[in-house]
Design a protein around this ligand. Structure first.
Ligand code: S3P
Length: 172
């Protein structure tokens, strides 16, 4: 990673760990722009994430995700980047993030995640029995976020407190 004060900041983590909210607050605090990779994919494809999964399948979504992530990371100016929970599944995506950004993993316990994601029914990978899907995916991805430079458990923190921790880490 290059200079901590200049590099992009990428937020990774399971669905419902607060990446989008934290990225907006953090960008405001650091006075830079935020980019949401999922929103960027939807803009490029002209379709919502559920539509991309339904029409083209997960593999096609993952390709679009890798391409969007690489483009977002190639910006010169510092960005705070919120990724989708599965952006870490391709090892090459993780390498790219580690090379060009400070990677912050947000975690939360299963109960918190279930309560947060139950507000929003639009996640294709969580269709069906929500509790079973979350537990299964959390198990499958148990170590997927371990590569981050910094990990913050958000279970008992609000978004401002998470931002405070990231800013403190940047100032160390
Ligand atoms: C996914 C997470 C979603 C979105 C897509 C797949 C995943 O993003 O990219 O539905 O595989 O975990 P959020 O983590 O922002 O919900």
């Amino acid at each position: 990673m290059a200079d901590k004060q200049q590099v992009h900041i990428v937020l990774v983590g399971f669905m419902g760990t607060g990446k989008s909210t934290v990225s907006q607050l953090l960008a405001r605090r650091l006075d830079c722009e935020t980019i949401d990779v999922d929103a960027e994919i939807e803009r490029r494809e002209g379709r919502s994430i559920p539509e991309i999964f339904a029409h083209r399948g997960e593999a096609s979504f993952r390709k679009a995700e890798t391409a969007a992530l690489a483009d977002v990371l190639s910006h010169e100016e510092r960005k705070v980047i919120a990724t989708g929970g599965g952006a870490v599944l391709a090892p090459s995506n993780c390498e790219l993030m580690l090379d060009s950004a400070l990677v912050v993993a947000l975690t939360a316990d299963a109960e918190q995640i279930i309560s947060r994601v139950s507000q929003d029914a639009s996640r294709p990978l969580l269709q069906g029995d929500l509790r079973q899907r979350v537990n299964q995916l959390m198990e499958d991805r148990k170590h997927a976020y371990d590569f981050a430079h910094l990990t913050i458990d958000t279970s008992k923190l609000n978004a401002h407190e998470v931002v405070d921790k990231i800013v403190a880490f940047l100032q160390q």
